[in-house]
Design a protein around this ligand. Structure first.
Ligand code: IMP
Ligand code: MG
Length: 182
């Protein structure tokens, strides 16, 4: 993406769909969910980069049980506007996850193909349990069956930006979630 001015960049932000306050309130509840499910057994929060970096930073501070933090990066190959299900791990975990209850911290589930592949890869490594928490869910777009354990917001089929999510690598820094204006 190429911007010539801040004004031009701002035009990409159509309208705020989820405010900072709404995000904060739902993150508190998601933290309570984690605190109620796990009771002192070793948990590993796995953030899928880059989209979930802000979500991870906020949700981990609501966790009141022992936990470790890890990052994983995956590149999804797209066919047009949809991910193809061909996923390449570009940064892998350092931990042997067999000792942990793993919680995947994801930004958004669209078709579900990317996360479906990541789940398969992690399952093979035999974690004690594996759960998925996603900030956003676009169920209308789903093409593979995928169960999330906790989703903070269900949204219609909008392309969204902000709070870690990008369009062409921009807009991740917005503190709220907005609809992108084509
Ligand atoms: P999926 O494989 O179709 O579920 O989606 C894969 C990835 O596409 C997500 O992890 C996001 O990185 C990206 N993505 C899907 N929808 C959006 C959106 O509305 N805004 C920003 N990124 C998106
Ligand atoms: Mg993502």
């Amino acid at each position: 993406m190429d911007f010539n001015s801040t004004e031009q960049w701002k035009k990409g932000i159509r309208r705020i769909i989820i405010t900072e306050e709404q995000i904060r309130a739902e993150i508190k509840k998601a933290g309570e969910f984690i605190n109620s499910v796990y009771d002192g057994s070793p948990i590993l929060l796995v953030s899928i980069l880059k989209g979930s970096f802000i979500f991870m930073a906020d949700i981990c501070r609501e966790v009141k049980v022992p936990c470790e933090i890890e990052f994983m990066a995956a590149k999804s190959y797209f066919e047009g506007t949809e991910s193809s299900g061909h996923v390449e791990i570009t940064m892998d975990l350092k931990h042997d996850i067999s000792k942990y209850h793993v919680i995947i911290i994801e930004d958004i589930i669209d078709t579900g193909r990317t996360l479906n592949e990541i789940i398969k890869i992690l399952r093979i490594r035999g974690p004690r349990s594996l759960r998925v928490i996603t900030l956003l869910d676009k169920p209308e777009r789903r093409v593979v069956e995928l169960k999330t354990d906790y989703s903070l917001f269900t949204i219609p089929d909008y392309f969204v930006i902000g709070y870690g999510l990008d369009y062409g690598e921009f807009y991740r820094n917005l503190p709220y979630i907005a609809e992108y204006a084509e």
